[in-house]
Design a protein around this ligand. Structure first.
Ligand SMILES: Nc1ncnc2c1ncn2[C@@H]1O[C@H](COP(=O)(O)OP(=O)(O)OP(=O)(O)O)[C@@H](O)[C@H]1O
Ligand SMILES: [Mg+2]
Length: 395
C-alpha cells in the first residue's frame, strides 16, 4: 500500500495515530484537573512502565489536556548527573508565561519571575560552573527567596509561589517530568518535599512524572510518605481489543481494513507492546498489495519490522553497554525464559562469580536504564522482549 499514506508511527515519543487503551488514565487525569480547579486537594501523578509502552506519549497527551483547560505547563526530561535547577526553571518559566497574561497584577508576576531567576542562578553556584549561564528572564533577581542553595527549601518556596500565581488567575500549573528515575536523589527528595507542602495547602500545582517500573521505589526510598503523595498508574501493554483498535482506527481513515486473521498474527507478534504494534503495523502496510490486509502480508512484512526493531529499539540500547554489562545481560537472558525478572543470586551462579563482583555491571545497567531492580533480589529488563533478542543473537 502507498507508503506515503502509512499512518503508523514507531519511534521514541512519536505520537501514535490513535492513542489506544488509555481511557482509564485520561479520565483519572481529567478528574485531577477538575478537582484542583475547584480547590480540592489532589495527589500528583506518576506513570510507570517498561520501555516503549507509551509513557512519553501519554505524558504529552496529559499535557495537552492541561493546556486545553488553560493551565500553565512545562516539561523536563531528567538525565543522570544533571541538576534539576536549570531544566526546572526553564519549564516553570514557560508555564508561568502561559498564564501570566491572565494575571490581574503584572507586578506580582514580575516579582515571581525575579524569584525564579534567583532560583535558577543558584544552578551556577551549585555545580561550580565556570560559564556564565543566564536563565533568560527579564525581571531583576529577587534575593532571599528560593535561593538558599538547599534545593529542597528552595523548591518548596518556588513552587508555592508559582501555585499562588496560578491561584490568582484561577487556573493550575502542571509540571511534567519524563525519565523521572534519572533525577539525582537530592532532587527527588526536593520534589517529594515540595509536593507534600503543596498538597497540604490544596495548592493548584501538580507534578506529573513518568519513568521505569522502579520509580515508585526510588520515590519511597527518598521519602517514606511518597506512597501517599502520588497516584501511580502502571502503563502496560495493550490488551487485544486496544491493540486491534490502535491498528484498525488509523487504517480506517485511509479506507483500509485488516482481516481478523491478520489481526491475530499481529497481536501474536507485537504482544500488545505499543512500540511493536506500530512497528509491525508499519511494515505490514508497506508490503500489503491491497485492502483487506491478510496474515500473509503480516508474515511478509514482519522481517522488516524485526530488522528495524533490532537496530532502533534493541541494538541502540545494547550498544550502550560495556562488555561486562553485556555479559551480565546475556546471563539474565539465559535465565529468564519469559523475559520476566530473575533473581540476582542466580545470575552470579550462571556466571560463576561472586555476587559482589557483579555489582558494578548491575549498577551500570540500572543507570543506563537497561535493567531495573524489581522485587527484592530480582532484576528485570526494562526493554520488553530484550531477553528474546539477546538469545537470538547468540544462537
Ligand atoms: N496508547 C498507544 N496506542 C498506540 N500506540 C502507542 C500508544 N502509546 C505509545 N504508542 C507508540 O509506542 C511507541 C513508544 O511510545 P513512547 O516513546 O511514548 O514509549 P515510552 O514508554 O516513553 O518508552 P521509553 O521508556 O523508551 O521512553 C511510539 O511509537 C508510540 O507511537
Ligand atoms: Mg519515553
Amino acid at each position: 500500500m502507498d507508503p506515503v499514506r502509512n499512518p503508523y508511527a514507531p519511534g521514541a515519543g512519536q505520537r501514535p495515530p490513535e492513542l489506544a487503551g488509555r481511557e482509564k488514565q485520561l479520565t483519572a487525569f481529567d478528574v485531577v484537573l477538575e478537582r484542583i480547579a475547584r480547590g480540592r486537594p489532589e495527589r500528583s501523578v506518576v506513570l510507570t512502565g517498561l520501555r516503549g509502552v507509551g509513557k512519553t506519549v501519554l505524558l504529552n497527551h496529559l499535557r495537552s489536556l492541561a493546556i486545553a483547560k488553560s493551565w500553565g505547563t512545562g516539561k523536563i526530561e531528567a538525565r543522570p548527573d544533571q541538576g534539576l535547577r536549570r531544566p526546572l526553571s526553564s519549564a516553570l518559566h514557560m508555564a508561568v508565561r502561559e498564564i501570566a497574561a491572565g494575571h490581574p497584577d503584572p507586578e506580582s508576576v514580575d516579582y515571581f519571575l525575579g524569584v525564579l531567576k534567583s532560583f535558577a542562578l543558584r544552578a551556577t553556584a551549585d555545580k561550580g560552573m565556570r560559564e556564565r549561564w543566564q536563565p533568560g528572564i527579564d525581571a531583576p533577581a529577587v534575593k532571599g527567596r528560593a535561593d538558599s542553595g538547599d534545593i529542597e527549601i528552595d523548591l518548596v518556596e518556588l513552587l508555592v509561589d508559582a501555585a499562588g500565581l496560578a491561584r490568582d488567575v484561577g487556573v493550575g500549573i502542571a509540571l511534567f517530568i519524563d525519565e523521572m528515575q534519572d533525577l539525582d536523589p537530592d532532587d527527588v527528595s526536593a520534589i517529594c518535599g515540595a509536593c507534600h507542602e503543596l498538597s497540604q495547602d490544596a495548592a493548584p500545582l501538580i507534578v506529573v512524572g513518568a519513568g521505569l517500573p522502579h520509580l515508585p521505589a526510588v520515590l519511597s526510598a527518598s521519602k517514606s510518605y511518597s506512597e501517599r503523595l502520588f497516584t501511580y498508574h502502571r502503563i502496560d501493554r495493550l490488551d487485544r481489543e486496544a491493540a486491534d483498535h490502535a491498528l484498525i482506527a488509523p487504517a480506517e481513515r485511509e479506507d483500509v481494513e485488516f482481516t481478523h486473521e491478520a489481526l491475530d498474527v499481529l497481536y501474536e507478534m507485537a504482544d500488545g507492546y505499543p512500540y511493536f504494534v506500530q512497528a509491525y503495523g508499519k511494515a505490514t502496510w508497506d508490503v500489503a498489495a491491497a485492502s483487506p490486509i491478510t496474515p500473509d502480508d503480516v508474515r511478509v512484512g514482519s522481517p522488516d519490522a524485526e530488522e528495524e526493531l533490532a537496530v532502533g529499539f534493541f541494538g541502540s540500547r545494547y550498544e550502550r553497554a560495556t562488555p561486562a554489562e553485556r555479559e551480565y545481560m546475556r546471563a539474565m537472558a539465559e535465565l529468564s525464559g519469559d523475559d520476566g525478572p530473575v533473581p540476582t543470586s542466580k545470575i552470579a551462579v550462571e556466571l560463576g562469580r561472586k555476587p559482589a563482583s557483579l555489582s558494578p555491571a548491575r549498577d551500570g545497567l540500572i543507570k543506563k536504564g537497561l535493567i531495573y531492580s524489581a522485587e527484592r533480589g530480582f532484576i528485570g529488563f526494562t526493554v520488553p522482549h530484550f531477553g528474546k533478542y539477546l538469545r537470538a543473537q547468540t544462537d
